[in-house]
Design a protein around this ligand. Structure first.
Ligand SMILES: Cc1ncc(COP(=O)(O)O)c(C=O)c1O
Length: 456
């Protein structure tokens, strides 16, 4: 750490309020300054290399140094550095990208609408759904259901959908009309002796009870990530999506698939919707769409949703929604090239194959004294850390052990992220089996070091 008054470290502490950071603690420990990217690695300002085992916030599919994306961005920047799609205007990269996304969508979709972030995509989906309810002459149908531990973003609306306390406390959220139902974490929430199928049935019952209590004709949509990411990588238990969807269908409630993490290969299919046979009406995607080289997100909507919006926009005179940068030409050019690379290099099948290798290795660590549960699908996984395996109890305050192991891993050259005591692994799709073995060795080494500390 360089604490000279004009060092980057000192200036960062002085001028920068970081996202998702304990601002007080940041004054004490300062930033980790990342200067370079190379494949699955990033390098800090002291030259230390790390495996970026979170793909930089679940995002960078093709790695941190893909020249084709740089070239796509540069070429587009020289040709048309900015244009928008308001008021009947358009540009070629966005036309191509809309067609591409509708074509590869996992369920029949009709149109793509472009935004800048996952939060904006979900906000947009929410607004479209409200607009639709009004257009259908059902102004009372405005309530949205998401799940405890679900993550849908941080804007006022999407943070309301998010089911995590830190996104609500002190922000006066959630707003009205957003309800939360049970989280599908079998290991933590199942009753003694309950099978995964029984647990899924109970959660579907919980959902139905909530719908009935609120009034079925007041519920517009259910928002869900195929696999919960930021809530701790919660993989749905057997039968979960089938049973939840049966309830939604019974009450004519739309399903919004939040594919912001799962989309573009993460679950070992192009979309998590395919992995879990979800019949989504709208789909939000972001992050790996451009490998996060440029901000871009999209909402895909199916024909029945579009049909209602299109008539309402005619009646009002416009669909009064859109972001200046949403569908930026450079972002669209990068996304098209990124999707081409994913397809040409077979990165979805690759993620499935190396993901199985990663999960097998993590499962082998399941016998470690500090590992309570190992869970994952495709190339996304988590280990849940506990101090006492049978009691599933934490080491002191919840999250303390997760934080300790994440810090030890960072010392050992791996960047990951602890969500409480769940430690997530979501490396770039291009990671190799040999690189996964290096990652697993660092996890084992860090767990062993943590165990010494825990045993004191
Ligand atoms: C499933 C999901 N939805 C939405 C978001 C919000 O995306 P953004 O941070 O781009 O606003 C995230 C971010 O992690 C996410 O994981």
């Amino acid at each position: 750490m360089d604490t000279q008054p004009n060092s980057p470290d000192a200036r960062d502490r002085k001028y920068h309020l970081h996202a998702y950071t304990d601002a007080r603690r940041h004054q004490e420990i300062g930033p980790l300054i990342i200067e370079k990217g190379d494949g699955i690695y990033v390098e800090d300002d002291t030259g230390k290399r790390y495996i970026e085992a979170m793909a930089g916030l679940w995002s960078v599919g093709v790695g941190f140094s893909e020249p084709r994306l740089v070239q796509a961005a540069t070429q587009q920047m020289s040709k048309l550095p900015f244009y928008h799609n308001f008021g009947h205007k358009g540009h070629s990269p966005l036309i191509d990208l809309a067609e591409k996304l509708v074509t590869i969508a996992p369920v029949p979709m009709s149109k793509a609408f472009f935004t800048n972030s996952g939060s904006e995509a979900n906000d947009t989906a929410m607004k479209m759904i409200w607009y639709r309810s009004n257009a259908l002459g059902q102004p009372q149908r405005k309530k949205l259901i998401s799940r405890i531990r679900g993550y849908h973003g941080v804007t006022i609306a999407s943070a309301s959908l998010t089911g995590l306390p830190n996104n609500h406390i002190s922000f006066d959220l959630p707003i009205a009309n957003v309800l939360h139902t049970s989280s599908p974490h079998y290991w933590r929430e199942a009753l003694p002796g309950e099978t995964e199928q029984d647990f899924s049935s109970r959660l579907a019952d919980d959902l139905e009870k909530l719908i009935i209590a609120e009034g079925p004709d007041t519920i517009a949509a259910f928002f869900g990530e195929p696999v919960m990411g930021a809530g701790g990588v919660i993989v749905p238990p057997a039968g979960y999506w089938q049973k939840i969807q049966a309830v939604l269908a019974k009450y004519d409630i739309l399903l919004v698939a939040d594919e912001v993490i799962c989309g573009f290969g993460r679950t070992g299919e192009m979309f998590g919707t395919t992995t879990y046979k979800m019949k989504a009406d709208t789909l939000s995607c972001a992050k790996a769409l451009t490998s996060a080289y440029f901000p871009l997100s999209a909402v895909l909507i199916n024909e029945p949703v579009y049909e209602v919006l299109v008539d309402q926009s005619k009646k009002i005179g416009t669909f009064g929604h859109g972001f200046t940068g949403g569908g930026h030409p450079v972002a669209a050019a990068v996304a098209l090239e990124n999707l081409k690379i994913i397809e040409e290099r077979g990165l979805v099948a690759h993620a499935r194959e190396v993901g199985a290798h990663m999960l097998k290795g993590l499962r082998e660590l399941g016998s470690h004294d500090l590992v309570g549960e190992v869970r994952g699908v495709g190339l996304i996984a988590a280990i849940e850390l506990v101090a006492d395996k049978p009691g599933k109890s934490p080491w002191g305050k919840a999250g303390a052990l997760g934080g300790l192991v994440a810090r030890l891993l960072q010392q050992n050259g791996v960047i990951t992220r602890n969500m409480g005591d769940a430690l997530a692994f979501c490396p770039p799709l291009i990671i190799t089996k040999a690189q996964i073995d290096t990652l697993l060795a660092a996890v084992k080494q860090s767990l062993d070091a943590a165990l010494k500390e825990v045993k004191g």
